[in-house]
Design a protein around this ligand. Structure first.
Ligand code: SAM
Length: 241
């Protein structure tokens, strides 16, 4: 596991704010659906939250305390730059823990027994860090057990690759994609809607969410000519302690 800051990611995210606006809105719709569940917690463990480039201020405003966990030492400073106004307006306390969320998970879950947990778009990168599909498969499969008794959610890469669709006018925006987790993705439709070309990557995140959960599929034009399909879902296991 590396522990350096990815300045390239921050610069690219800053430059991409307009191109990412529709994806950010889709993500916000999903994030805010948490509020439809009974008694959502007022503490959030935000894992891999980075500078919150894709974070919804409305979603953030629903919490009293946010614990940001990221390997990037710059994450909290840049998160405050992006969301300081929301944090201040709503009196939200932001704590930062620098490190590997997998290694820290047991301790922070113990420290915040009632908090909601959000895996914020980093699980799809796992095999890049582990360099082992087996290790990644084992730990992604194990997450559900570790989250027993929690209200938790994840947004993560499912597929990514080249696509020639124009980010503003792409067919993917013409529908709100909902899909039960663990069912084979409607790949041909997803690919057609972003005019996929060439080789696409499977991020091996299929086991993260429990089978049958209704999820959101979110297109994300990460850089010009390259698209990701994200999958996002909330799991309310608070009765399952
Ligand atoms: C794609 S970015 C997430 C973007 C973020 N959700 C946002 O809205 O800006 C992935 C982030 O996860 C962090 N990350 C990757 N693996 C991690 C791990 N094992 N533990 C903690 N942070 C991790 C990276 O440092 C990076 O900030």
């Amino acid at each position: 596991m590396t522990s350096g800051s990815d300045l390239h990611w921050h610069v690219r995210s800053f430059m991409a704010r307009r191109r990412w606006s529709a994806a950010r809105q889709r993500l916000a719709d999903w994030l805010l659906s948490l509020r439809q569940l009974p008694a959502p917690p007022d503490e959030l463990l935000l894992l891999g939250g980075s500078a919150g480039w894709m974070m919804s201020p409305e979603f953030l405003a629903g919490f009293k305390q946010v614990v940001l966990v990221d390997i990037d030492p710059w994450a909290a400073r840049l998160f405050r730059l992006n969301h300081g106004g929301t944090l201040k307006r709503h009196g939200i306390v932001l704590e930062f823990v620098q490190g590997d969320a997998h290694a820290l998970l047991g301790d922070i879950l113990g420290e915040y027994p009632q908090a909601c947990v959000l895996f914020d778009n980093f699980l799809g990168l796992d095999s890049i860090y582990t360099r082992s599909l087996d290790l990644t498969a084992r730990r992604l499969r194990g997450l559900r057990g570790r989250m027993r008794g929690r209200l938790w959610g994840s947004v993560h890469d499912r597929l990514s690759g080249p696509g020639t669709a124009d980010w503003a006018g792409a067919a993917c925006w013409s529908q709100h994609w909902r899909w039960p987790s663990a069912q084979p993705l409607p790949q041909q439709d997803l690919f057609a809607s972003v005019q996929a070309q060439g080789q696409w990557l499977d991020h091996h995140t299929e086991p993260v969410l429990p089978p049958g959960l209704q999820t959101h599929l979110i297109p994300w034009p990460i850089i010009p000519g390259r698209w990701h399909w994200l999958q996002a879902g909330w799991v309310d296991d608070r009765g399952g302690r």
